[in-house]
Design a protein around this ligand. Structure first.
Ligand code: SDX
Length: 427
């Protein structure tokens, strides 16, 4: 018997179909609600609304589960490279040896950006936010790349490789432009993370030799950020993709959505928060008290999540990675100690327990990026590089849907009733 939900409205009964997902999550399909009842639904922030069916990533916020194409993040992290993880997320299965070699070659062959793209950097002011540059230059890519036939799987794979490879080159170029150093060409013999670090930190007179633990930590960072179902920026990518905009335009929009401090910008806000605590001499309990005082309007950055009402599995992995990396590099970062104290204080405080607030992916990631030598204004750029596979996969899922419709939510209008226009002298 088909599972339905009965809605009693104005003395009439309406049976709405119930959809059940792979992991038995249930949804009431309201696609015919307005035509049958004249009513729409209202859900501020979409906290209760499924915007789509997706087969890419599964999250169970109560159990702290995150799976890419069904594979638990704990099994992927530390075992698959970022490139292997990207291929899994975009194409739906772990790559074979042939897939890996072909994709790796595509990434290598597409690691440079068009020479004329470099000219744009001369026009950006030195203090230009790298996230603004990233979004602008991803869109610029579409001007310089010959259009690919997205209906052809091999050309779609090349488009994905182009974007994944060049986003790294653009990010490094944005950094070099901001510090007044010449841009560094990618190396043919370097893999993804290693090449990025090379383009970031080599200079004409000295090659930067990325340490193994730094390359390992960067791969892990990128893997953990690679996708996260319908978060704000991925939903933005799908919204733009639904109008049949190209992959570059959709992902450039994703960069803009990620930028905000409530989303990907939180990794910057966390470090600023830890630095504020350190420099102010305030102790952790004083800061926690400030967060609990609503008047202060101060959130504990890196804490809380719309979906995770338990620990964020990525945060647990990043916390250990931060410990391991700083120990391997003999770095003693007081911000990591403050972060640990903050976590301990918050997790034992009713304010956070009642609201189910736990560390999220951004709480420890900044400590790792600092240890790599990345400047604060590049932190959210790193999140964007990591999230690119998820954005591309979601763009592809929208693009491939034969029944796909343009995303066009409704609204409840609360503005003026019909109002007459008045000539200037009567206003
Ligand atoms: C990411 O969606 C994703 O998957 C995102 C992400 C991904 O991989 O794509 O996981 C990446 O964006 C992680 C989140 C990074 N943002 C931050 O760390 C910023 C700090 N966190 C908060 O702004 C907040 O927790 C959000 C934005 C993450 C979630 O916001 P919600 O779900 O809208 O929660 P809410 O604002 O309704 O909060 C419920 C209550 C409120 O208190 P009351 O009004 O009930 O008294 O919890 C409080 C909030 O004030 N609260 C916090 C808090 N987060 C929520 N109080 C203090 N510190 C916080 N961080």
């Amino acid at each position: 018997m088909e599972h339905t939900a009965r809605l009693e409205l104005d003395g009439q009964s309406h049976d709405l179909p119930v959809v059940e997902g792979t992991e038995h999550e249930l949804a009431i399909d309201i696609s015919k609600l307005r035509s049958e009842t004249g009513y729409i639904t209202l859900d501020d922030g979409y906290g209760n609304t499924g915007s789509c069916k997706s087969a890419i990533t599964f999250i169970d916020g109560d159990k702290g589960i995150l799976r890419y194409r069904g594979i638990p993040i704990e099994e992927i992290a530390g075992r698959s490279s970022f490139m292997e993880t990207a291929w899994l997320i975009i194409f739906g299965k772990l790559p074979t040896v042939e897939d890996r070699e072909r994709f790796r070659q595509l990434l290598t062959d597409n690691s440079m950006m068009h020479q004329s793209m470099r000219k744009h950097f001369d026009g950006f002011p030195p203090n230009a936010p790298p996230m603004a540059i990233l979004s602008a230059m991803i869109n610029t890519l579409s001007m310089h790349e010959p259009p690919l036939d997205m209906e052809d799987e091999s050309q779609l794979e090349e488009a994905a490789a182009r974007l994944l490879s060049k986003v790294r080159t653009i990010a490094a170029a944005a950094y070099k432009s901001s510090v007044g150093e010449p841009m560094v060409y990618p190396r043919y013999d370097y893999k993804y993370a290693q090449n990025f670090l090379h383009m970031m930190f080599s200079v004409p007179y000295r090659e930067y030799e990325p340490k193994a633990e730094v390359v390992k930590a960067l791969n892990l960072f990128l893997v953990l950020h690679a996708d996260h179902e319908q978060n704000c920026s991925t939903s933005t990518v799908r919204m733009v993709a639904s109008s049949k905009a190209n992959m570059y335009a959709s992902c450039a929009a994703g960069v803009c959505a990620l930028w905000g401090p409530l989303h990907g910008g939180a990794n910057v806000a966390v470090v600023e928060m830890l630095q504020e605590i350190k420099e102010s001499g305030m102790n952790v309990s004083e800061y926690v008290a400030k967060v609990k005082d609503k008047e202060a309007k101060q959130k504990l950055m890196g804490f809380g999540h719309r979906v995770y009402r338990n620990f964020d599995p990525r945060s647990k992995i990043l916390k250990k990675a931060a410990d391991d990396m700083l120990e391997a590099m003999h770095i003693d970062d007081p911000l990591l100690d403050i972060a640990r104290e903050l976590e301990e204080a918050a997790l034992s405080d009713d304010y956070f327990i009642e609201r189910k607030l736990y560390p999220n992916v951004d709480f420890y990631s900044g400590v790792i990026l600092r240890a790599m030598g990345l400047p604060l204004n590049m932190f959210t750029v790193m999140f964007a590089i990591g999230r690119m596979p998820g954005w591309i996969a979601n763009w592809k899922e929208v693009h491939d849907d034969p029944k796909g419709r343009i995303y066009r939510p409704r609204q409840v209008y609360v503005g003026n009733p019909q109002t007459e226009w008045k000539p200037r002298e009567e206003r």
